[in-house]
Design a protein around this ligand. Structure first.
Ligand code: ZN
Length: 270
């Protein structure tokens, strides 16, 4: 038996986040007009933070049916992110989803009644003009990818060369290893103006310290290294993002840590 949400609960959780997806990296609008002027389109879902039925993602047998159906147990997501969080429940924990929900509601509260320009300025820092290696204090302060970049175009899941490439993933770092890059990253050593890439990343454990840098390859580091648990990088098609465990004198017991990342590739246009 599934403990589904009522229509009223769904409407409420959607309205509390301004009908935007609550996943920080997404924030897609989930509502809009249909051709029929009397109807609205909805591409959002009220996802269960802990599953509606046994065997579902993040199911917690300690909760009552009433708790599982309550608005407290619902997070508003777009359909894509709804599938994402239910397919990988080890990556998207209850704690993390609750954090997303709190942040999305807090953002909706600060933006309520503001104009579009003000809302863009207040939601996140903007992507920097200069290429380089950047570290932030939290996921919330990693800039979102820009929608446009003058002189370039970008297509979902396509690299600099128009080939298909997975633009999000996990990179596992082992503390005994050196620099590691994303498998088959499509950089080449010539024509360093054909494209640029952007990457946003964070460590799976917020207290894990990761060194990040840019290089031709793990053996050929080019510039500065920055250490932190959250960050982003921006460079051209000759370079790739590289990561390793940061040296730390009082190193804890961990021998590996995962990094979650998202990439955006841009191809040069006339
Ligand atoms: Zn989404």
């Amino acid at each position: 038996m599934r403990d589904d949400f009522s229509e009223e609960v769904k409407r409420t959780v959607a309205a509390r986040v301004g009908y935007r997806c609550s996943r920080p990296a997404c924030r897609a609008l989930t509502s809009g007009p249909q051709v029929d002027p009397a109807k609205a389109l909805n591409v959002g879902v009220a996802a269960h933070i802990t599953a509606a039925s046994p065997g579902g993602p993040r199911y917690d047998p300690a909760r009552s049916a009433e708790e599982r159906r309550h608005a407290n147990n619902a997070i508003w997501l777009c359909q894509t992110c709804g599938k994402l969080v239910d397919n990988d429940q080890t990556k998207f924990t209850e704690v993390e989803l609750r954090q997303w929900k709190r942040n999305a509601e807090a953002e909706a509260l600060t933006l309520i009644g503001k104009t579009e320009v003000a809302s863009v300025e207040t939601s996140r820092p903007s992507w920097p003009k200069s290429q380089g290696v950047y570290i932030t204090e939290s996921s919330e302060t990693i800039p979102g990818f820009p929608r446009v970049l003058v002189g370039y175009r970008s297509e979902n899941s396509k690299d600099f060369w128009g080939g298909s490439f997975a633009c999000r993933g996990t990179l596992r770092l082992f503390d005994s290893h050196g620099w590691a890059g994303i498998s088959d990253f499509p950089n080449t050593m010539n024509g360093c103006s054909a494209g640029v890439f952007m990457i946003r990343w964070r460590a799976a454990h917020p207290d894990a310290l990761i060194a990040s840098t840019l290089g031709y390859s793990p053996e050929l580091i080019l510039g500065e290294t920055k250490i932190g648990s959250f960050g982003y990088m921006y460079s051209n098609n000759c370079e790739q993002p590289l990561f390793r465990f940061a040296d730390s004198p009082d190193s804890n017991e961990s021998t590996l840590v995962d990094i979650y990342y998202e990439l955006k590739f841009w191809q040069a246009t006339p």
